[in-house]
Write a protein that binds this ligand. Structure first.
Ligand code: ADP
Ligand code: MG
Length: 642
């Protein structure tokens, strides 16, 4: 027996991993501790420096209310550099408690370096600074990777193993791409009506490549745990954990969908969401998912377990029963209609739990789709941002497909710019709406871990909450595009009057297509006029952009501001600056337009970023139902934008 134990220890040491079975269901289990081999020159000095450093860490956590900190004391005697970091789903108090548990452990260690990892946090100190940015720097021997598998087995190993593997693979790919190297996600196991919870976190300030390397270990090592009901893995560069018992709240999940290119390497993609046209594709995808669901049901009978495809499409979106939605919308009654778009009606619905939602009813018209679209549907429901409308779920019945969406009590922005509610938004509200749209788009383009181009930004796709906070709606299906390349689309998917010329005419798609439409919406907001006004004599779409440009060229753009707005002197200046930003957004070629992240900065600073040359916009016209371009001399004019 003793020999066996020795052999096991040697085996673990050989692979550089300490592996143990979990003994209990502690809320903050110790995953591993490592008292290093680097000696100290003066224990007295070292202890003093270590105490100061650890106190400093604690102070930072509790007074700055943060979940990660660094501190150091550089000599005399042994220097101590320390880092601690908690998992993002914790409160600061839980974080401090975990840190304290770590401190009480490391006090038993009198080496110049130590590392200790719990479920909730890690603590590490060394006698040198380099590990701050490269956690693998000078690792003194094995034992700094810890794997801990649970000692109970899942009741349905086959679906459980598949769900865990799928979740871990998503986490491996997604974590290095997030801005804070952190992911928390869940997956439903339908056959058991239970969920698997998983989280991963890389150490702060490391490179994306180092995080990815560590996540590859997570995937390789943690995958050996199932069918154990839980597993933890900790390395000096990252941490991951899965469990069938919740250890964070359902509302604390993050986005984890990633896409792989043909080479098998993860690639960022541009997902171009079509407004009207895309809905057809969305219908198609969900319809196919529905049919696949039926097929998988029969597979279940053959194979004795439920195929993963039966899982909800994504973390957030759930499948609703058609009958319930019919009931919730009062049999899709006329009184419940919130609005009509090109592809169907939108109803107000009150669900069983009294939650109010919007249900968009679409007519299925197409057949045939690819696997890739499924990912895009997942993607829609995984995106969470205060300025982006959430897809809560879906349902289908015959040729009908229903999307369950967040309900927005004030409806769409267009209603407040013209029509009966014209003039009800004051300048501050309009500015907040402009800023919110910019932030939502910047998130889609630059902050989410894949790039998404909306393609149909218009004021009827900006919905307003009861506090008038804007949310962008109708980003839907998409086309894939390798990172950094312009996409040539054959389908025109935007709305005339809002669509960038290069996209309408040639199908050239980039995030700057959204920048252009954003500029048009901003002009609508400030001028209180639609971009799709038609000149009666020619039936051309005109004149908002032309008018704004003409006025601006003559430094009279104050004249295009909505006359229902009663502005102070300061507000008038502010509105004029924002007209200039809108014109900056509508320039051609697309490379002359700012990115949406740059627009956010400009809006925050209240002025443009630098001296820019404004170009006369290229105006599209819709004569005889054909798009043609009005050739214009690009008259450049040097402007100081402020
Ligand atoms: P479009 O975007 O072309 O207006 P839609 O079918 O997307 O067409 O929406 C039709 C109308 O329904 C919108 O203009 C809006 O007024 C209303 N609407 C859509 N979604 C919601 C929602 N989630 N909450 C409240 N109203 C909505
Ligand atoms: Mg819409």
């Amino acid at each position: 027996m003793a020999l066996l134990v020795v052999l096991l220890v040697l085996l673990c040491a050989e692979s550089g991993i300490s592996q143990e079975k979990d003994n209990d269901n502690e809320t903050n289990a110790l995953i591993g501790e490592f008292c290093g081999r680097n000696g100290v020159t003066s224990l007295l000095n070292f202890n003093k420096n270590r105490n100061i450093t650890l106190n400093d860490l604690r102070m930072q956590l509790s007074s700055k209310r943060v979940l990660a900190a660094r501190a150091q004391v550089v000599g005399p005697g042994d220097s101590v550099y320390a880092v601690t970091q908690c998992r993002n789903y914790l409160t600061v108090d839980q974080c401090v408690a975990c840190f304290d548990a770590g401190v009480s452990k490391v006090f038993n260690c009198s080496a110049a370096n130590a590392y200790i990892s719990f479920d909730n946090c890690f603590l590490r100190y060394e006698g040198f600074i380099e590990f701050y940015n490269d956690p693998y720097f000078m690792m003194d021997g094995s034992g700094t990777q810890f794997l801990k598998c649970g000692n109970q087995s899942a009741s349905q190993p086959t679906p459980f193993n598949q769900v865990v593997r799928d979740l871990l693979s998503n986490i491996r790919d997604a974590t290095p791409k997030t801005s804070n190297f952190y992911v928390a996600s869940t997956r439903q196991i339908i056959s058991e009506n239970t969920k698997v919870y998983a989280t991963a976190q890389c150490v702060e300030n490391i490179t994306q490549a180092t995080c990815q390397t560590c996540m590859n270990s997570v995937y390789d090592k943690l995958n050996s745990c199932p069918p154990s009901n839980q597993g933890r893995f900790s390395d000096v560069a990252c941490f991951a954990r899965y469990s069938d018992t919740p250890f964070f709240n359902d509302n604390q999940t993050t986005n984890i969908i990633t896409t792989r290119g043909h080479s098998g390497k993860p690639v960022a993609i541009v997902v171009a969401a079509i407004g009207g046209g895309v809905l057809c594709l969305l219908i198609l995808v969900l319809w196919l998912l529905y049919r696949r669901r039926l097929r998988n049901k029969s597979k279940k009978n053959e194979q004795g377990y439920i195929n993963l495809r039966l899982m909800p499409m994504a973390d957030g979106a759930v499948h609703y029963d058609y009958k319930n939605l019919k009931l919730a919308t009062n049999n899709f009654s006329q009184e419940n209609i919130l609005g009509r778009g090109g592809f169907g009606e939108v109803f107000k619905a009150i669900l069983d739990d009294k939650k109010v939602v919007a249900v968009k009813k679409l007519q299925v018209q197409h057949d045939g789709a690819t696997e890739e679209f499924e990912k895009e549907v997942k993607l829609i429901s995984n995106i969470r941002h205060r300025n982006l409308l959430r897809l809560l779920g879906w349902s289908s019945e015959g040729s009908h497909l229903l999307l369950v969406l967040e309900y927005m009590p004030n409806g769409s922005l267009d209603r407040f710019l013209w029509g009966p509610q014209r003039g009800t938004l004051n300048w501050n509200q309009r500015y907040e709406i402009i800023f919110g749209i910019a932030r939502g788009l910047a998130h889609l383009h630059d902050e989410y871990h894949i790039k998404i181009v909306h393609r149909d930004i218009k004021s009827s796709n900006i919905l307003l909450g009861d506090d008038f906070r804007p949310k962008i709606a109708d980003f839907g299906l998409a086309r894939f595009q390798p990172e950094g390349q312009s996409h040539v689309s054959t389908a025109f998917a935007g709305t005339l009057g809002y669509t960038a010329p290069e996209y309408a005419l040639h199908g050239f798609l980039s995030d700057k297509v959204d920048t252009y439409s954003f500029g048009i919406v901003v002009l609508e907001i400030i001028c209180g006029r639609r971009s799709t006004e038609v000149r009666p004599s020619t039936s051309d779409i005109c004149c908002l952009l032309e008018d704004a440009w003409e006025m601006y060229e003559n430094t009279k753009h104050v004249n295009v501001i909505d006359e229902t707005l009663k502005l102070t002197e300061y507000e008038r200046e502010h509105a004029m600056n924002i007209i200039v930003i809108a014109l900056l957004c509508t320039q051609s070629p697309a490379s002359d337009r700012p990115t949406m992240s740059e627009v956010v900065s400009m809006l925050q600073e209240g002025r443009s970023m630098a001296e820019r040359q404004l170009t006369r916009p290229t105006i599209l016209k819709n004569a005889n139902r054909r798009i043609h371009i009005e050739v214009m001399q690009n008259q450049k004019r040097k402007m100081q934008l402020n």
